[in-house]
Design a protein around this ligand. Structure first.
Ligand SMILES: Nc1ncnc2c1ncn2[C@@H]1O[C@H](COP(=O)(O)OP(=O)(O)OP(=O)(O)O)[C@@H](O)[C@H]1O
Ligand SMILES: [Mg+2]
Length: 325
């Protein structure tokens, strides 16, 4: 089994969860390799605090992971990969290697919106790694709130499963890592330890090591090189597209600074109420046909507004702002 904790958004709990999941798997007597793929390499520092050698850790922040994995994985039954925030090349390589990608997500609409890039990358990686499965994990939920239920409703429109177990905001997670331990070692029987056990039981890691999976990964390597060349020839995002938009019955003009399947950032000097509905119209850079998308303003600042689309627009955006067929 090769599991990765991935989300381009920083601070959602990837490293905390990766360490705790890895420790739990060792209690099932599986030999684990923990790959810290974040250039910052914090997991080796965590391991050194009290010489916690319950599993092996290597620091491997490289976009060649999918090529290196066969060698690295020798002798291990399960591999847990901690992904860096916002590093497209390393994260694509991780996803080409992964069987189960867990996407921790904080319970806020902006957090969902910020995870759109990760979802697009999963879609890209699936073209070469058909065994890749992605699942959201609600992380850092404030205890005693209905944030989890709300975020599940928000995630309804996205075609990806959400893990039932929710991880709450708890000081034991922070304290245990400071001590160089997992929560199961630091506070066994605590709510945090229970959450981690429940999560791992739900995911079921018993599918263990699969040599055929690694053979498939080897086959992906050539495809991946082709993909990198494609990416260079066809940049995905065309910035500064002129856009007409309407909010509360009034018409405005601005420019799209950034757009993804889940939303866009529109440069404008006007300020708007967060939560207001917006309808935006712009011309496809491919065939110059008008594209109309409705969304909600989730952010308004001096540079412009952040818009979250009502329904994810992956196909529309792919057709509109790339040169892919
Ligand atoms: N469930 C939680 N409860 C309380 N604190 C948490 C929880 N999860 C993470 N934290 C704290 O939030 C901070 C960020 O967590 P972590 O480093 O695991 O996130 P990350 O997604 O790996 O971040 P980055 O993208 O920067 O690598 C850390 O200080 C960590 O201790
Ligand atoms: Mg991290």
């Amino acid at each position: 089994m090769i599991i990765s904790l991935i989300n381009h958004k920083g601070g959602v709990g990837k490293t905390t969860l990766a360490i705790n999941i890895a420790f739990y798997i060792t209690t099932k007597e599986q030999k684990i390799l923990f790959i810290d793929a974040d250039p910052q390499g914090k997991v080796l520092q965590w391991q050194a605090i009290c010489d916690n050698n319950t599993f092996d850790v290597i620091h491997h922040p490289k976009d060649t992971l999918h090529a290196d994995i066969t060698e690295l994985a020798k002798g291990y039954e399960c591999i847990v990969i901690d992904a860096p925030p916002s590093n497209l090349d390393i994260n694509l390589s991780i996803l080409l290697t992964t069987k189960l990608a867990i996407i921790p997500i904080e319970p806020s609409p902006l957090s969902i919106w910020a995870s759109e890039d990760t979802l697009s990358l999963i879609e890209d990686a699936r073209r070469h790694n058909s065994q890749l499965e992605g699942r959201f994990l609600i992380s850092r939920r404030v205890v005693g709130t209905a944030q989890g239920r709300d975020v599940r409703e928000e995630l309804n429109g996205i075609d990806m499963a959400v893990i039932n177990t929710e991880i709450c905001q708890r000081t034991d997670y922070v304290k245990s890592l400071k001590e160089g331990l997992s929560v199961l070692q630091y506070a066994p029987g605590s709510e945090a330890a229970k959450e981690i056990s429940e999560l791992c039981e739900e995911i079921k890691f018993d599918a263990s090591y699969s040599p055929s999976f690694l053979t498939d990964i080897r086959r992906n390597i050539d495809d991946y090189k082709v993909r990198v060349i494609e990416k260079k020839q066809h940049p995905r995002i065309v910035p500064f597209v002129a856009v007409d938009f309407a909010v509360q019955g009034r018409a405005y003009r601005g420019s799209i600074h950034n757009i993804s399947a889940g939303g866009a950032f529109i440069e404008t000097r006007e300020s708007f109420d967060v939560g207001a509905e917006i309808t935006m119209t712009f011309l496809s850079s491919k065939d110059r046909k008008p594209i109309k998308i409705t969304g909600e303003i989730v952010r308004s600042g001096p540079q412009g507004i952040g818009v979250r689309f009502k329904v994810p627009q992956r196909d529309t955006i792919n057709k509109a702002v790339t040169h892919e067929g």
